[in-house]
Design a protein around this ligand. Structure first.
Ligand code: PNS
Length: 161
């Protein structure tokens, strides 16, 4: 059986850094499951359906990839899906503390699952969904930062407000 990994996140919305990480992960793992957190405590800009659609469109043509949503503990999803690893992106040292804590908590909850950190291409190290939402809500274009459908949806969201 091949190696299966879960790449979890809010993906609110997916951006080019996420897509870069998906492609890199597919070179390492036999199957990748992109898992979108459905009901977090914070209120996402995009619904789960919208977030799944945007990832789906952005990854069209890639094989050995599944895109799903989940609720509850990540580690339970990883067990249900019989996955071996969790993939997380590390952009800068500022990501490290939060990621380190999550990785160790997940290991405490299930010691057989490893968290693998990957770096996106350096051209994406400053990208975050939060900043993309902030600048687009104030009128900037995110065309070079996100897949085309995401850019379209951001424009629609913020022109309606
Ligand atoms: O895109 P994000 O906000 O960095 O993703 C965070 C995410 C979804 C990976 C994290 O919040 C998560 O795993 N949530 C599910 C609930 C859970 O398992 N919490 C304990 C983490 S140690």
């Amino acid at each position: 059986m091949g190696k299966r990994a879960v790449y979890p996140g809010m993906f609110d919305p997916v951006h080019n850094g996420h897509c870069d990480l998906i492609e890199r992960s597919l070179r390492i793992f036999d199957e990748l499951i992109v898992a979108v957190l459905a009901n977090p405590s914070k209120q996402p800009l995009f619904s789960v359906k919208e977030r799944l659609e945007m990832i789906d469109e952005a990854t069209a043509g890639l094989t050995n990839l599944r895109i799903i949503s989940f609720d509850g503990l990540l580690i339970d999803l990883v067990a249900r899906e019989n996955a071996d690893c969790i993939v997380r992106g590390l952009r800068a040292i500022t990501d490290f503390e939060y990621e380190f804590q999550m990785a160790l908590m997940n290991r405490k909850l299930r010691s057989t699952v490893e968290t693998v950190f990957m770096m996106p291409h350096e051209r994406y190290t400053y990208l975050s969904s939060r900043l993309i939402k902030e600048v687009t809500s104030l009128g900037a274009s995110a065309a070079e930062l996100v897949p085309p459908l995401v850019e379209k949806r951001l424009v629609e969201k913020f022109s309606r407000k």
